[in-house]
Design a protein around this ligand. Structure first.
Ligand code: NAG
Ligand code: NAG
Ligand code: NAG
Ligand code: NAG
Ligand code: NAG
Ligand code: NAG
Ligand code: NAG
Length: 776
């Protein structure tokens, strides 16, 4: 990455602030202040089990308990007469409605779905996208372009994402599908809330610009236009117009400087409002008067598309060569959606010029942002922005022109990014290494629902449909109601991502238990992540018992001076605690940062344990997985630093092992929200958090090794950062601090599971000798 690119970042082109705006619905899922009620934990699962039993027993009739993809209704469909096929379809529909949504809650402590705890496999077959043999599926699109051409669009409206035939089909699909039913109701509720609010007020924070505003406008326009089309009540159109006028500076209050209202210097903002205008123009096309149409077009041209043309034809558009980040996806997507919307009606020629470059540019860049292992190169959180842009743009091109122009196929590994998202999602929350970005607003994980159909990966949609952010107008059109089964059926519990850039592993004890054990650890390179990463080779998170025991500190303040300048060892970014090695859950040597040029190697293995069809999983005693890394290249004062983490005792315990030879002080650090109590011997500690307990103990402790704690603050010996660090309230660092030397540190984590669990003490095995059976 070039120096000038750095400067651009440094000059706020790629920076935003975390703000918790009162209008925000789609904030980063983090802990809520309340837990799941007992009623949700206990009441609903029992109810569901009863319903499942009743439906399967009563409607489908008796059937054997083993699971297969041909279970329940699907077994009745393939080769039948039309009459019995239609009867089967109605059985399938009533069964589906009676079972309802799989998750019983999404408002749990960490906003994760709560699945009923049941060993009844009847409702949960393999992930399937069945051939169309029932009434509950989308009709085919009759628009078939003679030759796919980005400038030849369908003649009927809407042309973006949801053509008229889909709107016509939607009510009956909703009537027969519990997920569509629930999302429709949520979108109505959200639109009703927006209707009562004033239009989005302009607020430029001079760092993230007006990105939050832009995304809030887009989120509102989508919902308002959706509800109009579902009701024919023009008061929704009036409210959408109010939002449009406000963003044009024609409302009752000012909206930005008259020459650049959409803040084109931070082009994400411009792209998102352009997309909002495009959707409003297209979805409400028949409702706008000719004068409203020309007002929308003139404003879009002035504040969106003309500045866009400047971006794509001058060096202002630095993001045009940005293959590693969300910027290329979001900027090209906004310009494409807006251009497609007004193509033909606008006479300036600008949309045509834009479309001839945005699509190809996104294929060459945005579509390459996924590594060959599926990982999004920025962070797990930036994946939301990037894939939302990619999916929206692709869906708009498919509906408007009949082709994706290579956005789906231009990177043969793109489809794997759904697995990245699933595995980076832990039992309580994301493996949220690096920066987390701004509020999400109109970005969700609903690209998963789109990719499920496009890549024939039904488990992606089955996973996402139970998540808290699934209700969204896009989901209504991307979801294929023929989907059936459970995403977890047959899903391996572990996965390893091997691209040199990322190198990380994900291991868990269940996909459907919010209390499951989840461990993820990363190695990977420290450059090449859009300066959104930390100096964090060997960093890990650990979930168990419904909470996170070893966690991340998240983004620093995006307004901090030179926060995004991080290409060299001494760059300002690496002077902020949350980005420094000491702010991570890894080894620190000589109280210094890791080497930004680290090139670790990794090794790993798994018993390949998969979950079955039910939500209750009892793994075998020898079911295990481990991830090790030789991270010596990340350190300056060490000849060898190796780290490994593994699951033990049927995935009930975790062993973290480090082997270090260092010529300077060695420090083991882990950040936790738990209250830490160190036992009198100093080599074990009891962590308590959210009413749960985790015992942590050193095995074979080296002489002098003892646990200590500190607040999550920089060492006194550190250089003074450009501005003071953010506080990390409630966070304690658990530490083992040793002088220079050669050590093996074995730290055993024993979550105190309910019931009687026999905890094992594993043998001591050198990391190079680790195997699936080495600790039996
Ligand atoms: C949408 O409605 C859901 C369900 O009521 C609510 O949880 C969510 O916060 C709302 N989102 C927004 C953006 O208002
Ligand atoms: C969508 O939700 C609204 C609000 O709950 C409801 O009035 C409407 O009937 C739903 N639409 C369909 C097709 O079910
Ligand atoms: C952003 O900069 C403008 C112009 O200097 C200033 O008027 C405004 O108060 C600043 N906004 C914030 C949130 O600091
Ligand atoms: C809205 O109007 C369209 C076109 O006239 C019609 O097809 C549709 O059924 C109406 N929808 C409702 C909910 O009234
Ligand atoms: C806003 O007002 C300007 C100036 O009158 C006009 O050119 C533009 O079309 C208007 N746009 C909208 C969306 O109202
Ligand atoms: C502490 O809890 C907050 C809120 O859930 C979370 O964002 C953060 O990552 C946690 N920190 C640690 C060190 O686990
Ligand atoms: C796990 O699956 C991989 C890939 O199919 C295979 O190479 C490996 O031998 C399997 N390991 C076990 C323990 O079954």
């Amino acid at each position: 990455m070039s120096a000038s690119y750095d400067n651009l970042n440094g000059q706020n082109h790629n920076s935003y602030t975390e703000r918790n705006d009162e209008n925000s619905g789609f904030i980063t899922p983090a802990r809520r202040s309340k837990g799941t009620s007992n009623w949700i934990k206990i009441g609903i699962p029992l109810l569901i089990v009863v319903i499942v039993a009743a439906v399967v027993g009563g409607v489908v009739g008796s059937r054997h308990k083993s699971h297969s993809s041909s279970s329940s209704a699907a077994a009745l469909s393939p080769s039948q007469s039309a009459a019995s096929a239609s009867a089967a379809a109605s059985v399938a529909a009533s069964q589906k409605l009676a079972i309802g949504r799989f998750a019983t809650a999404t408002n749990s402590f960490y906003m994760m779905p709560v699945y009923p705890s049941t060993t009844d496999s009847a409702a949960f077959g393999s992930p399937t996208l069945a051939a169309s043999s029932n009434q509950n599926s989308w009709p085919a699109d009759s628009f078939t372009p003679s030759k796919p051409d980005v400038l030849t669009v369908r003649t009927d409206r809407p042309r973006l994402i949801a053509p008229a035939f889909k709107w016509a089909a939607l009510p009956s699909l909703i009537a027969n599908d519990p997920y569509l039913q629930g999302w429709n109701a949520t979108i109505f509720g959200n639109a009703t809330a927006y209707k009562a609010l004033s239009p989005v007020a302009y607020f430029n924070d001079n760092s993230s610009g007006i990105l939050d505003n832009a995304r809030a406008i887009k989120e509102r326009i989508k919902a308002l236009a959706y509800v109009y089309r579902m009701t024919n009540d023009t008061s929704w159109v009036d409210r959408a117009w109010e939002e449009i006028q406000n963003a044009a500076g024609n409302g009752t209050v000012d909206f930005g400087p008259a020459d650049d209202r959409w803040n084109s210097g931070h082009f994400l903002d411009t792209a998102e409002i352009s997309a909002a205008y495009g959707i409003a123009y297209d979805w409400l096309y028949d409702l706008w008067t000719p004068s409203q149409k020309s007002m929308i077009i003139s404003t879009l041209l002035k504040y969106g598309l003309q500045p866009g043309l400047n971006q794509v034809t001058t060096s202002a558009g630095w993001w045009r060569t940005n293959t590693q980040g969300n910027w290329n996806c979001v900027c090209n997507s906004g310009l494409t959606i807006a251009s497609l919307a007004v193509l033909g009606d606008d006479k300036s020629g600008v949309p045509e010029q834009l479309l001839q470059t945005t699509v190809d540019n996104a294929v060459e860049n945005c579509a390459q942002a996924v590594s060959d292992d599926g990982t999004w190169a920025e962070t797990a959180n930036y994946w939301y922005f990037g894939t939302t842009g990619h999916a929206e743009m692709t869906a708009a091109l498919l509906s408007a022109t009949g082709s994706d122009y290579g956005l789906l196929s231009g990177n043969t590994n793109f489809a794997k990014t759904g697995d990245f998202h699933m595995y980076v999602t832990g039992a309580t929350s994301l493996f949220n290494y690096g920066d987390h970005g701004p509020n999400k607003y109109s970005s969700t994980a609903n690209s998963m629902i789109f990719y499920a159909s496009q890549y024939n990966q039904p488990q992606y949609a089955l996973f996402q449909r139970d998540q808290w952010d699934a209700a969204d107008p896009w989901s209504m059109f991307w979801y294929d109601p023929r989907l059936s089964g459970a995403f977890w059926d047959g899903k391996p519990l572990d996965h390893f991502f091997d691209n040199d850039l990322d190198q990380w592993g994900s291991m868990r004890s269940s996909w459907t238990d919010i209390n499951a054990l989840y461990v993820a650890m990363k190695a990977g390179k420290l450059l090449g992540h859009q300066n959104h990463n930390d100096l964090d080779v060997g960093d890990f998170v650990l979930d168990a018992l419904g909470t996170r025991w070893a966690g991340e500190l998240g983004s620093g303040d995006y307004n901090s001076p030179n926060y995004f300048v991080g290409e060299t060892q001494t760059s300002p970014r690496w002077q902020y605690y949350r980005k420094m090695t000491e702010g991570q859950n890894t080894i620190v040597i000589n109280k210094a940062n890791q080497n930004v040029n680290a090139a670790p190697t990794v090794n790993h293995d798994t018993s390949n344990t998969t979950q079955g069809p039910t939500t209750v999983l009892e793994v075998d005693q020898d079911s295990t997985a481990y991830f090790t890394t030789d991270m010596s290249s990340a350190y300056f004062d060490a000849t060898s630093v190796k780290r490994g983490i593994r699951l033990l005792n049927g995935r009930k315990q975790v062993l973290l092992q480090d082997e270090v030879t260092a010529s300077q002080e060695v420090m083991w650090r882990m950040h936790t929200n738990a209250t830490v109590s160190i036992d009198s011997g100093g080599t074990s500690a009891t962590l308590t958090l959210d009413g749960q307990t985790m015992k942590v103990a050193m095995l074979n402790p080296p002489s002098g090794a003892a646990f200590t704690t500190s607040k999550a603050v920089r060492f006194d010996s550190d250089p003074t950062p450009p501005i003071p660090d953010q506080d990390n309230p409630g966070v304690t660092v658990l530490i083992i601090d040793l002088p220079a030397g050669t050590y093996t540190l074995e730290v055993l984590f024993n979550p105190q599971w309910p019931g009687s669990v026999n905890y094992v003490t594993p043998p001591s095995v050198a990391l190079d000798q680790w195997s699936l059976t080495s600790h039996n």
